[in-house]
Design a protein around this ligand. Structure first.
Ligand code: ADE
Ligand code: ZN
Length: 324
């Protein structure tokens, strides 16, 4: 089954490029940029990846990305992931990036777009891979800062397929970012948000009603609200579920306890994704294989999940036809 899952053409819609930073590259970039790391070895980094919840992961995630400074660094980070994903049989990637932690360390906005843009072009040339770019705002920082990031990105709006909302969910409801997302809507930029990962089902409804998002990242807690489940099913709102991430962050104790089978029973538009593969036990193929082992899904089930992702992706209609 693993071989078959590798050959299945997969689109990844929920991937934080900073969450693809493997410890080996972290050490290489730390040396290149003269950044001190709080770890003595690669093994020590891996041993620290022992999370109790979303915040315990975010603390390490923001610390890890502190080694990224130059255009070359962002290029190397993205290119290393595109190569691994290509080996997993991924044919389309929608990479999200978080400008705020980088801008706070003095990295220029153009450095981010240039490095990631160059890697995207190279992935298309070398692997025939299509990509889309999602610029995410940190929901645990202020609305004003998010608005400022959106304005600073003006020279690169053409490169942005959507804006997103991530980081610490609890206590940071979608409504906080109503004005920022309204501005994005006015600019003609599509909108997404993490919701219902650790936060309640009400955050999913809020993201749909107030932020006017076209997809929900995670959304696994939707099952707690029957009316919301019916709405998600009726409107076929795509949910970018990240199975291994949810287990690593203790949203579910074991994959067998995940709400994924219930979500499919309700007729929801589910897609499978890796979220932060360097931190959560691997990329797309590992997520697909883990679901096969936990739920016993057959080829038809995976074909349908892969189709959902291609249908929900930001890609040209000709590319979509090619992949369907
Ligand atoms: N940023 C990176 N990964 C995240 C996740 N799983 N949830 C929220 N914010 C994130
Ligand atoms: Zn995420």
């Amino acid at each position: 089954m693993k071989d078959w899952l590798q050959t299945l053409p997969k689109a990844e819609l929920h991937l934080h490029i900073e969450g693809t930073l493997e410890p080996e590259l972290m050490f290489e970039l730390a040396a290149r940029n003269d950044v001190a790391l709080p770890y003595a070895s690669i093994e020590e980094v891996r041993a620290a990846y022992n999370f109790t919840n979303l915040q315990s992961f975010l603390d390490l995630y923001y610390q890890g990305m502190n080694v990224l400074y130059t255009e070359q660094d962002f290029y190397d980070l993205a290119m290393a992931y595109f190569e691994r994903a290509h080996q997993d049989g991924v044919v389309h990637i929608e990479l999200s990036f978080d400008p705020q932690p980088h801008l706070s360390r003095g990295v220029a906005m153009r450095t981010l777009f240039a490095g990631l843009g160059q890697a995207r072009e190279e992935a298309e040339r070398r692997f025939g891979m299509s990509t889309a770019l999602i610029m995410s705002f940190l929901r645990d920082r202020s609305t004003e800062e998010a608005m400022d990031v959106l304005e600073q990105a003006a020279p690169w709006y053409e490169q942005i397929d959507a804006v997103g909302l991530d980081s610490a969910e609890l206590g940071n409801p979608p409504e906080k970012f109503a004005a920022v997302f309204e501005r994005a809507r006015t600019l003609g930029i599509a909108r997404l948000a993490h919701a219902g990962e650790e936060g309640p089902a009400a955050y999913i409804s809020g993201a749909l009603d107030v932020l006017d998002v076209c997809r929900i990242d995670h959304g696994v807690r939707c099952v707690e609200d029957e009316a919301l489940v019916a709405r998600l099913a009726n409107e076929q709102i795509p949910l970018t579920v990240c199975p291994l991430s949810n287990v690593y962050l203790k949203v579910f104790e074991r994959l067998e306890d995940h709400t994924l089978p219930a979500m499919l029973d309700h007729g929801l538009c589910v897609t499978l994704n890796s979220d932060d593969p360097a931190y959560f036990g691997g990329g797309m193929l590992n997520n697909f294989v883990a679901c096969h082992e936990a739920f016993g899904w057959d080829e038809d089930a995976f074909r349908s999940l892969a189709r959902n992702a291609i249908e929900a992706a930001f890609m040209s209609e000709s590319r979509r036809e090619q992949l369907l």
